[in-house]
Every structure is written in structure tokens, then in C-alpha cells.
Ligand binder design. Structure first.
Ligand code: UDP
Ligand code: MG
Length: 321
């Protein structure tokens, strides 16, 4: 295989069951990229699709050798798939993109223009979120308010993974060793000279969102535990508050018993409430500690984030044919 020439721009697209959207995606993406007059590659990561996403991609690759297919051995989730794609991207700038056209490719030229004028990161920010349901918008904004209050880096609410990152930023991102990859947080943590372009996020073109609320919840817990240790530290203060209260209460009881000679035996209700409440608090605290410990366990095992079945580049598939 001859050494491949390094493209200027890499688009990275994680894909899970996106066969129906492939044609319209590339129909809009490729002309936009060609209009830039730069060399590019489109790294498509197949994240364990159950449909014919890979076959579709291989077919498209015959006509468009810029397509690189990274086929994962199973579904590893969007964050891992995105990382796999970014790791295989060779371009001087990398832009992650959703396959469902919710990140309109048409604003890529604006992003590269800002990159040309010196930006190292160009974030695409949604100017409106009206296409999401009211509940999703509410949960999202509650999540960002919480995480931004708890963590040192500020993670913008209306920005997704759609952004341009120049090579130094990509290398810095890839050098972060953690397995729990909360990309939005990692992006924000990295810093660099950042510019913003605005766009309106359209509805998903085809298919449905692959994010069930249960998954969004664990995504939120990942984000918070990765970027804040407040939840685990707060138990010290909760415990201290309880101890202080118990001390005062104990003092009052002793005072009543010794000085006022007032001993009440029927204390069943107050005893029960105290026991139930404090054990509830203790269990919650243990649960939070468990969340952190399980993540430490995952980090310590050091398993790879994803497993690649094959990488299909136009040159290698030509060799195989
Ligand atoms: N995706 C993926 N693996 C998954 C779930 C999603 O690679 O396990 C991809 C999906 O194909 C799409 C992108 O991640 O390209 C965003 O997914 P989706 O549109 O379902 O998420 P949403 O827009 O609702 O956040
Ligand atoms: Mg989507």
C-alpha cells in the first residue's frame, strides 16, 4: 500500500443503523466538501449496525474513494464510535457529524473559514432547539445547569459534538486516557482558541433517535462524575450536619433527663423516623460512592474503548477485489 496522502479535512460520522439515510447524507455532504476546494476524507464508523450500513458504505466508496469505513466489532455507543473515528482520521482538521443530517453540512464552509483565520476550535451552536420535545429541552437545560454549577469547566448547553478541531486539538483530545468519554466535557476541558458559528438544528430526517431516556440518564451521570467530584464530596458535609444535629439532640435529651428529670419512654415514632431517614441518607451516599468506584474500576481495567473489525479504505478494497 502506498503511503496515503494526508487530507486537509476529515469528517467523522458515527453510524448505527443508518442505511436509509446514507444516500441523502452523502448527496448533501459531498458537494459541500467539494466546493471547499480542499482534500478531504469522510471517516464513517459503523457502530454495530443491524442493517446494511456497511454494505451501503462499501457501495458508495466505489464512487467516492474519500470514504473510509471503520467497522467496529459490535455496538460500543456513540461516544466510543466517535472516538474510534477521530482516532482514524488523518486530516489537519476533524469535524464530527451526525449521520441523520441534524448537523447541516452546509455550515462546514463557515467553520473552515474561521479555521483559516486562526481559530483552533470552531463550535457549531444551535440557535434554537424547537425541534426537540419540550421535555427533552427541559431535561437538557436542567442537566447543563447542574453540571456547570458543579464542575470547573463550563460546558455550553446548545453545542453538540458538531465542531471543527484542528490537529493540535485532536491530538490533545486523543492523549486523554480516560475510558468514560464524555466528549462534550472533554472538548470544553481542552480549551484552545475557540470561535462559534450558529445554526438551526432541523428534525431528524429519517429513522428515530437512538438515545433512549435511560441512556441519556447514564450519559448525564457519566458527564457529572467525569467532571465533578462534588457528589462524592458532599457526603462529608451531609454526615457532619447529621452528627451536629445528633450531638445537639443528645445534649437536649441529657439535659432533660438529668436536670429536668423528664424521661419519656414512648419514643418509638421519633426513633423510627431517625433510623429510617439516616439509613436512607447513608445508602444514597454509598450509592454515589459506588458510581465513582465503578468508574474507577472501569478505568483501572484499561480495556480499549472499542474493537475494530476492519478498516476499509479505497486502496485496500481495490486490492481485495
Ligand atoms: N450513533 C452511534 N451509536 C449508537 C447510537 C447512535 O454511532 O449507539 C450515531 C447515530 O447513527 C447518529 C449519531 O450517533 O449518526 C447521533 O445519533 P442520534 O441521532 O440517534 O442521537 P440524537 O440526535 O438524538 O442525539
Ligand atoms: Mg440525531
Amino acid at each position: 500500500m502506498t503511503a496515503p496522502t494526508i487530507p486537509e479535512l476529515s469528517i467523522v460520522i458515527p453510524m448505527k443503523d443508518e442505511q436509509d439515510g446514507l444516500a441523502s447524507l452523502f448527496f448533501r455532504l459531498l458537494p459541500t466538501l467539494r466546493s471547499l476546494g480542499r482534500s478531504f476524507e469522510v471517516v464513517c464508523v459503523n457502530d454495530g449496525s443491524h442493517d446494511n450500513t456497511v454494505t451501503g458504505l462499501v457501495g458508495l466508496q466505489r464512487a467516492h474513494p474519500e470514504i473510509v469505513i471503520v467497522d467496529l466489532s459490535r455496538n460500543f455507543g456513540k461516544e466510543a464510535a466517535l472516538t474510534a473515528g477521530i482516532q482514524h482520521a488523518r486530516g489537519n482538521a476533524v469535524i464530527p457529524l451526525d449521520a441523520d443530517l441534524q448537523d447541516p453540512p452546509e455550515i462546514i464552509p463557515e467553520m473552515t473559514a474561521k479555521w483559516d483565520s486562526g481559530a483552533e476550535v470552531v463550535i457549531a451552536v444551535r440557535s434554537k432547539r424547537e425541534t426537540d420535545s419540550a421535555f427533552k429541552r427541559w431535561t437538557a437545560s436542567a442537566f447543563y445547569r447542574t453540571i456547570n454549577q458543579m464542575s470547573e469547566v463550563s460546558i455550553p448547553n446548545n453545542a453538540g459534538d458538531f465542531r471543527l478541531m484542528s490537529r493540535p486539538v485532536v491530538n490533545a483530545l486523543l492523549s486523554l486516557p480516560e475510558r468514560n468519554r464524555f466528549n462534550k466535557g472533554l472538548f470544553a476541558w481542552l480549551g484552545f482558541r475557540t470561535e462559534v458559528v450558529y445554526y438551526e438544528r432541523p428534525k431528524r430526517e429519517l429513522g428515530t433517535s437512538k438515545w433512549a431516556y435511560r441512556r441519556l440518564w447514564s450519559f448525564a451521570v457519566d458527564g457529572i462524575t467525569a467532571f465533578s467530584s462534588l457528589p462524592i464530596r458532599i457526603w462529608t458535609y451531609v454526615g457532619l450536619a447529621f452528627a451536629a444535629f445528633a450531638l445537639i439532640y443528645g445534649g437536649v435529651m441529657i439535659f432533660r433527663a438529668l436536670i429536668l428529670d423528664n424521661i419519656d419512654v414512648p419514643g418509638y415514632a421519633s426513633l423510627m423516623v431517625a433510623i429510617l431517614f439516616s439509613s436512607g441518607v447513608i445508602l444514597t451516599g454509598l450509592g454515589v460512592i459506588g458510581e465513582y468506584v465503578s468508574r474507577i474500576y472501569i478505568e483501572v481495567k484499561g480495556r480499549p474503548l472499542y474493537v475494530v473489525r476492519t478498516v476499509i479504505r479505497a486502496e485496500t478494497s481495490a486490492q481485495r477485489r
